[in-house]
Write a protein that binds this ligand. Structure first.
Ligand SMILES: [Zn+2]
Length: 357
């Protein structure tokens, strides 16, 4: 402490009436004087002097304190995780008592809102210090959507990669057409994901394990699966992808096991900076009713694309060999008719079905 402070304090104590001069407390931050004998302050070091008139035999002491690392008010983008920047706490002797801090309050980092965390510490003299941190979780800002040129077709392939994916990549390469792969992480074939990425196709997350009951059990289960798939994408492409497709689409009813889950997940994932894509043209190439030929799939895709002249987001599955075989003819026909084939990205038009759960 500076000498001038000591001098000021000394002069001040001389002129204080005895009845008020039991003790003098100085907050070093502001050099404020206080006539209280309390030793408790928040987030600041305080020093207590006994005046000569004091009857106390105690040596000079301070109260406990908690100092927050980082800002008292944090504004963070919605995310899967929140890491508290931490705090330190000291007792009246200046000893570290951080491990005695009790933290109350909870932050749900993926839910936009304002939260409060309260930290309390009590020293050996039963003196308590308290600090509060406010955490504002805000949505991640996404890039603006750019209207695509008329007659744009986004070919998208779910549930791969698999052995068929190689043939599919060959077809796309033949026409120099870029598409989008919503991958299932547990499928392996990472060389094919790498090839798709290197050849300019978009890689999005579908899931890690395509098990509806597992991934739609609750938010945490969905996140865990999603993040596992993300890690694979990162490993192969060097970065996380921000586009994805919900298994079964956002309008799925397989998530009924958890009421309202899709309503919550669709918002949460967008708040966290991810864009999901449903479709307006479906190949109907998987499932129990598949008894169609490649010709049937071609016909279905062509008529669907024609119905959506503004843009078509086409759902196919590369696990269906019949479907992959239809791609050649659909691209040939599409290019001839003046369609543009583009991969999806964060600026692509979102196409969202009406959520059913
Ligand atoms: Zn799927």
């Amino acid at each position: 402490m500076k000498k001038s402070v000591f001098v000021s304090l000394f002069l001040l104590t001389l002129f204080l009436p005895l009845s008020f001069s039991k003790s003098l407390q100085i907050e070093t931050d502001h050099l404020e004087t206080s006539l209280s004998s309390s030793t408790q302050t928040q987030g600041a070091i305080c020093i207590l002097f006994d005046t000569p008139e004091s009857t106390s035999k105690e040596t000079p002491i301070t109260g406990p304190s908690i100092v927050l690392n980082g800002e008292e008010t944090l504004t963070i983008p919605a995310d899967f995780y929140f890491t508290d920047p931490g705090y330190v706490a000291y007792d009246y002797l200046g000893d570290d008592i951080t491990d005695r801090v009790i933290q109350e309050g909870e932050i749900i980092p993926y839910l936009v809102g304002t939260y409060e965390l309260t930290y309390t510490v009590t020293d050996d003299l039963s003196q308590t210090a308290r600090a509060v941190r406010t955490v504002c979780v805000v949505p991640v800002e996404l890039p603006d959507i750019v209207d695509p040129p008329e007659k744009t077709v986004y070919l998208t392939f779910d549930d791969g990669p698999c052995n068929n994916t190689e043939k599919l990549l060959d077809i796309l390469k033949k026409y120099d057409v870029k598409a989008t792969f919503f991958i299932v992480g547990s499928k392996g074939h990472q060389d094919l994901i790498a090839r798709a990425y290197q050849e300019g196709h978009s890689i999005g997350v579908h899931c890690f394990r395509h098990e509806f009951n597992e991934i739609y059990a609750n938010e945490q289960a969905y996140f865990a699966d999603f993040l596992k798939a993300q890690e694979i994408v990162k490993e192969i492409t060097g970065s996380y992808t921000h586009i994805f497709r919900f298994p079964g689409g956002s309008a799925n009813t397989v998530s009924y096991i958890n009421k309202g889950l899709m309503t919550r997940l669709t918002k949460i994932m967008e708040d966290m900076g991810y864009r999901y894509f449903d479709w307006n043209v479906c190949a109907d190439d998987v499932g129990s009713v598949v008894d169609f030929t490649t010709i049937d799939i071609e016909r279905r895709l062509k008529s669907g694309i024609q119905r959506h002249q503004e843009y078509a987001i086409v759902l196919q599955h590369d696990i269906s060999y019949l479907s992959i075989c239809a791609v050649d003819e659909v691209i040939r026909w599409g290019l001839e008719k003046g369609y543009t084939f583009l991969p999806l990205d964060l600026t692509s038009p979102v196409l969202h079905s009406v959520v059913q759960n």
